[in-house]
Design a protein around this ligand. Structure first.
Ligand SMILES: [Zn+2]
Length: 306
């Protein structure tokens, strides 16, 4: 049996295929075709070397919400508008002969880290993504907990629980249509906003602000203090609801030096059951977690296909 994972991103599509022993048979990443017909052809082309369709499993990671029906699914990622109102699930089924397993990319990230990455020694894993946006997923004993709407662990679109104007500034507009979601506040844009609030030039990139901090700039330093405080406070609330054994962090902002330690020293302050001993770790696979998680997802669903 060949296990195939596909990670469909806003700009790239990745494939990984492994045999039963975990040996990598295919691994490729290429720009995504942004037209539905060409996109389907691209997926069929990436998987065409695995000609025995009765002997493959296939899992897919995709941004945004996946709407699952009894024997079908549809997707509508904001950054891939050509997929809107297309019968993606049925088109895949017609080609492969079975309906592939599919989850959003944060769930696939979490699954990969839970099964073989930084969370593999724990039963109960929260996968946290912080970068241009904020997302998350939950896994228990190596399985995704998707929830009724597929959004379990998707904590980006709730308001900051304890907004403080001097730390968090004015509520930001979120891509979901709401204002003040923690998604923009705790992503790269939230760092730039705080830098501007303190008198810095908010058009500087997060990378530049980070360099300033490393060069001893007081405003940049204070900016990251505010950001770490806010992120830690939000993670404390998350722990108060979900109480995972470990939080595994991935995404563009995880390259901030000492991020895990900065959070560990702040999480749980003033909490009713502090000290909190939740482990905070960086993802092992990061950029590859989506495609690896998709592969595991397909593998787990294989009993339904074969
Ligand atoms: Zn939102």
């Amino acid at each position: 049996v060949v296990h195939i994972g596909l990670d469909i991103g806003g700009s790239k599509v990745s494939i990984m295929a492994q045999d039963e022993a975990g040996k990598i048979l295919a691994y490729q990443r290429e720009p995504i075709q942004k037209n539905y017909t060409a996109f389907l052809a691209q997926i069929f082309d990436l998987t065409k070397q695995f000609t025995d369709k009765s002997n493959i499993t296939l899992g897919i990671a995709i941004p945004g919400r996946v709407l699952k029906g009894k024997n079908n699914f549809t997707v509508n990622p904001a950054n891939l508008p050509f997929l809107k109102e297309k019968d993606f699930g049925q088109d895949l089924k017609a080609h492969f002969g079975f309906l592939p397993a599919i989850e959003n990319d944060a769930n696939c990230f979490t699954l990969s880290e839970a099964v073989e990455g930084a969370g593999k020694d724990h039963d109960y894993v929260f996968g946290l993504i912080i970068g241009t946006g904020v997302g998350g997923g939950l896994a228990f004993k190596g399985n995704i907990i998707a929830g009724r709407h597929g959004i379990a662990g998707e904590w980006g679109h709730i308001p900051l629980p304890k907004r403080r104007p001097e730390r968090d500034g004015d509520p930001m507009q979120c891509g979901c249509g709401q204002t003040g979601c923690l998604c923009p506040e705790l992503s790269g844009g939230g760092i730039q906003k705080r830098y501007g609030m303190l008198g810095g030039n908010a058009s500087k990139s997060v990378e530049e602000i980070l360099t300033d901090k490393q060069n001893g700039d007081a405003i940049a330093s204070k900016t990251f203090d505010l950001y770490f405080d806010s992120l830690a406070e939000n993670l404390t609330v998350l722990i108060g609801i979900l109480d995972p054994e470990v939080i595994v962090m991935g995404g563009g902002l995880t390259h901030i030096p000492n991020l895990a330690d900065e959070l560990k020293s702040r999480i749980g302050k003033g909490f009713w059951t502090s000290p909190l001993t939740t482990e905070i770790k960086l993802a092992q696979f990061n950029a590859d977690s989506g495609v690896r998680g998709a592969l595991h997802l397909g593998k787990q669903s294989s009993s339904q296909n074969l």
